[in-house]
Design a protein around this ligand. Structure first.
Ligand SMILES: [Zn+2]
Length: 272
């Protein structure tokens, strides 16, 4: 599932492409991906202008000039493409938005994911449970310490809890724990001050590194996009079961933690 770095990479690429563009065409191939009857959704979107693109956690919000938002969550397997025509046949995409310049934004893999047209008020309501963005300036070390101290769950479970922090999922929680040299199954509220500070800095370090490398999505957004997927070869533990740890050579261990995949180095990552 795309996480903060992937969605932020989409946002930074889409902003200059879409801002100020008028929607001139809407194709919906899967009604369940949207939240209105197809004709209503289409009629409401045609002639609207995209003002800007915002990211909240793993969500993208396309702000429209009538005050509405298009709320996108890609969930598992969703992806985006932009250009003259999709890399596959158009029918493979659940929703396609065409703009005044003749180029289109393609929404693929929206089986569990969705693109909902909602009011500004509904968007606030729908996202109100989300915790702070890891880059939020108000999330100081002190504020982070306080939040973490209140969590009773395991570290990985806490990091992937969208109410704790918005945007971290399975891959980056493992990478963050490895970078902070902390076992992902440690109880979150038992970290001492040094470990908490390490974790705080590791969160931003890993997410920034991933963002700058283009995240781990497989499909490039445009024909010119050569950055997407750059983080695939930079993962230190995620999806590296039995491969040697880059730090110590110990085979990376794979376990499940309340249904989630968990990759870690049993040597580098301490229980306490
Ligand atoms: Zn190691």
């Amino acid at each position: 599932m795309p996480e903060l770095p992937e969605m932020e990479h989409y946002r930074s690429q889409l902003s200059p492409l879409l801002c100020g563009q008028k929607i001139t065409g809407v194709t919906v191939n899967r009604a369940a991906s949207i939240n209105e009857p197809i004709d209503e959704f289409t009629a409401a979107l045609v002639n609207r202008i995209v003002l800007f693109v915002e990211r909240r956690g793993k969500n993208l919000l396309f702000h429209l000039d009538d005050g509405h938002r298009l709320l996108l969550h890609l969930m598992l397997g969703g992806w985006l493409a932009y250009g003259e025509e999709g890399p596959k046949k158009d029918s493979h995409f659940q929703v396609i938005l065409t703009f005044g310049d003749g180029l289109s934004l393609y929404f693929g893999g929206l089986r569990l994911g969705y693109l909902h047209r909602i009011t500004a008020k509904a968007a606030i309501e729908q996202l109100k449970e989300l915790g702070p963005d890891p880059y939020d300036a108000r999330l100081t070390l002190e504020a982070f310490q306080k939040r973490l101290g209140q969590k009773k769950g395991k570290l990985k479970t806490t990091l992937t809890d969208q109410r704790f922090l918005a945007g971290i999922g399975n891959c980056y929680s493992d990478e963050i724990c490895f970078h902070a040299k902390l076992h992902p199954a440690i109880a979150a509220n038992t970290l001492d001050a040094t470990a908490t500070e390490r974790l705080y800095h590791s969160i931003r370090h890993v997410l920034t590194e991933a963002k700058e490398a283009g995240g781990y999505m497989e499909h490039p957004l445009t024909a010119e996009d050569t950055l997407t997927g750059g983080y695939n070869n930079l993962c230190k533990v995620y999806d590296r079961m039995d491969e040697a740890c880059y730090e110590c050579g110990t085979p990376i261990k794979f376990e499940t933690l309340t249904g989630r995949k968990m990759f870690f180095c049993p040597q580098c990552q301490k229980d306490s």
